[in-house]
Ligand binder design. Structure first.
Ligand code: MOS
Length: 734
């Protein structure tokens, strides 16, 4: 009997990806395709006084220049622009809506031409004059104007009093700068004009149905007149959760020209989309004489735009993770003349837990205890915020197995006490935590008599391996070899799916597949029972499983009917069923994934150049469906954590309110030379409560805590505590 769940199955779409057969949003061709190029604002705040497109329009091949003045109609009210992932408060940005400038890099005109190069050249000839206003882009300069937003969890006890009474205190401010997503695939949309106003839009997105609903609202289109597709997505990490303006402008262009339009953003223009908000994280930890936590205060101040209140949970991980009687959380926002921030891998946790886990390291030093020992002393078996048990929590095992693999017991506690030639060696650790979310997803399975099954859902595979894990689960549930399964996703006409985000897709879609396969099994059993002398005549649906192409009695495996025979006898050429993930609300349990990260850095003593030579990440995330793709998810998160610790930073020139380093040359991300040994361990974490399959999902948990482990290792190596990310040479030297 085959079992694919839990195995390192290679990506079923791998061949298509490496051979180029997998097509991305900007690669779909059609006759008469026109090309768009966007003109973006060069000021951060004000109004457009005049857009002179006459020179651009004189270029041979230019078809139109659309601005807020001459564009086809779009919905007026901001409500029509609210998508599934939009912040509750505020009015979403409306591209080419009016003359108002909200941020530098805002799209203000769309040039359409017969060739991409012509469009791009002509865009450089569009002359824009502005009525600029005073802008603000520096979070520190504006922090006095910060306003408080809703906190996701209640305080406990009296943190202020407990802090004042604490035997050992640590208080500090940590800073995570603005970071921009840099997925490999550029943002792109190809709007295919199907005639009569109907459109098929290939968009780079993490949610085709979200984009479909949004575009329908913006352009007042009938549901059947608009299909949104995204069969492959070349990385997104949150930047494609909300519909981006490339989709709106491609549709706008197609409707203006009544022909198909492709719009691909440049790497530079992608810095005018969402980003991880800069955040100032203030931590105050108080410990009692026994060396456990008595007081936690976590205050976050993050940036948002002038038009929306975007924020995520930065603060309450601090009271969730560790036993502590007195906690206080404050979350504030500062309005800047910048685009709305958006989700970026483990939004809130990547930033908030960075600060918490550095602060815990500093507290451990003040207490003169091993940093892992402090975490074990404060270990909590319950979600402290809601006072409920976890569905499962194998964080202790993460500490133990991670520490063993790393050799943590050989660590000398004194900073600057470990060396390798001219390098100072530092070992640091941190905890990671993320939510194990699950969402309503629907799946349709079509089983044909030859054993082939098509599994369809409007989910996305943003590179995480969704195609593959869906095939694995379906193969196991239907008793078929993997090759018999075809997965269809990334199409708004398929059964309902949420955006691919929050690391919830694997648990959600797998449960929907399992539930749908149950229905298929029931129907197969009905057909099998109708056969003459059926060995399954007395069986109930729960008594049989689908194994190796057969309907098999669980109690008496000798009693079996082949699926093909049952379907042939019943005259069923195909069986089609659709079911949802059907999760029940469970407020009696907390659902989280955890990790323990151990980092080794080597720091050149004179130059202070840091190399992250070793990382061990031990992860507890329930049942792992695919140990290969899950491993890749964690490894990717660790690499990103290295970038967060050492490289990534969006630099805004506040004089112009403009991003200075909007390209790969100046915005640094880790390259191969920065990445050394990464070991990923999945600890056993059986979970019979979270969902029948015990799946929690991985992805975001991979980055949480990594930057803290590295920052702590740098302190251990050098004795220098740098709290402002990224930790660059100048900060260690300074
Ligand atoms: Mo992820 S930030 O949920 O795409």
């Amino acid at each position: 009997m085959h079992s694919y769940i839990g195995k390192p199955v290679s990506r079923i779409d791998g061949h298509d990806k490496v051979t180029g057969a997998a097509k991305y949003a900007g690669e779909f061709n059609t006759s008469g395709l026109a090309y768009g190029s966007v003109v973006t604002s060069t000021i951060a705040k004000g109004r457009i006084a005049r857009i002179d497109a006459s020179e651009a329009l004189r270029v041979d091949g230019v078809l139109a220049v659309l601005t807020h003045k001459n564009r086809p109609p779009m919905a007026n009210g901001a409500r029509a622009y609210k998508d599934d992932v939009a912040p509750d408060k505020g009015k979403p940005f409306r591209p080419l809506y009016d003359d108002k400038i909200w941020y530098s890099g805002q799209p203000i005109a769309l040039v359409l031409a017969t060739e991409w190069e012509i469009a791009r050249f002509a865009a450089s000839l569009v002359r824009v004059t502005y009525k600029p206003q005073q802008h603000a882009t520096d979070i520190f300069a504006r922090r006095k104007r910060a306003f408080e937003v809703k906190k996701p969890a209640k305080p406990r006890g009296n943190a202020k009093k407990a802090y004042a009474a604490a035997a050992v205190r640590h208080e500090a401010e940590y800073f995570v700068p603005t970071e921009n997503h840099n997925p490999m695939e550029l943002y792109a949309a190809t709007a295919i004009w199907d005639g009569g106003g109907k459109l098929t839009v290939y968009d780079k997105t993490q949610g085709v149905q979200n984009v479909q609903r949004y575009l329908r609202g913006v352009f007042k289109m009938k549901p059947d007149d608009l299909r949104v597709m995204s069969p492959y997505t070349g990385g997104a990490f949150g930047s494609g959760l909300r519909p981006n303006y490339e989709a709106v402008l491609a549709v706008l262009g197609a409707r203006a020209l009544e022909r198909s339009v492709r719009l691909v953003l440049t790497r530079r223009q992608m810095y005018g989309l969402g980003h991880r908000p800069a955040s100032i994280e203030h931590l105050a930890l108080g410990a009692n004489c026994g060396g456990t936590l008595d007081a936690v205060t976590h205050e976050a101040i993050a940036e948002t735009s002038q038009y929306e209140d975007f924020y995520r949970n930065d603060t309450t991980w601090s009271g969730l993770l560790y036993t502590c009687a007195n906690t206080k959380y404050v979350h504030k926002l500062v309005r800047l003349d910048r685009p709305s921030p958006c989700d970026m891998r483990a939004p809130g946790a990547a930033t908030g837990v960075y600060a918490l886990e550095c602060a815990m390291d500093e507290l451990a030093i003040a207490l003169e205890v091993d940093p892992m020992e402090l975490r074990l002393r404060c270990y909590s078996e319950r979600d402290q915020n809601n006072n409920v048990p976890y569905t499962s929590k194998a964080l202790r095992e993460c500490y133990r197995e991670g520490a063993r693999a790393f050799g943590w017991d050989k660590r000398k506690p004194e900073p600057r006490s470990m060396r390798d030639g001219t390098d100072l060696v530092g070992w640091g650790m941190a905890t990671g935590v993320w939510e194990a979310l699950q969402m309503p997803f629907d799946v349709r399975i079509t089983l044909t008599a030859n054993g082939h099954a098509e599994v369809a859902c409007a989910a996305s595979d943003i590179g995480t391996g969704t195609y593959t894990i869906m095939a694995q689960v379906a193969a196991d549930m239907l008793g078929q070899p993997l090759d018999n399964i075809t997965v269809k996703l990334g199409d708004s006409t398929l059964p309902a799916a949420q955006v691919e985000g929050g690391s919830w897709t694997a648990a959600s879609v797998s449960q929907a597949i399992s539930n749908t396969a149950d229905e298929i099994r029931k129907e197969l059993l009905r057909l099998a029972k109708a056969m003459p002398h059926s060995p399954l005549a007395d069986a109930k649906p729960g008594d049989v499983a689908l194994v190796d192409g057969k309907i098999v009695s669980r109690a008496h495996p000798g009693r079996a009917v082949s699926i093909a025979d049952a379907m042939r006898h019943g005259g069923a050429a195909r069986i089609v069923r659709k079911r949802g993930s059907d999760f029940k609300d469970d407020s009696k349990h907390a659902r989280n994934t955890h990790s323990a990260i151990f980092a080794e850095v080597k720091v050149d003593e004179e130059l202070c150049v840091v190399r992250v030579t070793r990382i061990v990440s031990a992860v507890a995330a329930g049942r792992i469906i695919n140990t290969k793709t899950a491993h890749s998810q964690i490894m990717g998160g660790v690499v990103w954590g290295i970038g967060m610790a050492l490289h990534e930073e969006t630099l805004v020139d506040d004089a112009f309110g403009r991003v200075m380093n909007a390209d790969f040359a100046e915005y640094h991300v880790p390259v191969n030379a920065d990445v050394h040994d990464i070991e990923v361990i999945f600890v056993d974490e059986p979970d019979a409560i979270i969902n029948p399959l015990g799946i929690k999902g991985v992805g975001e948990i991979g980055i949480v805590g990594v930057a803290a482990a590295i920052a702590n290792a740098i302190h251990h190596a050098t004795g220098k505590r740098v709290r402002d990310l990224p930790i660059t040479v100048d900060k260690i030297l300074g």
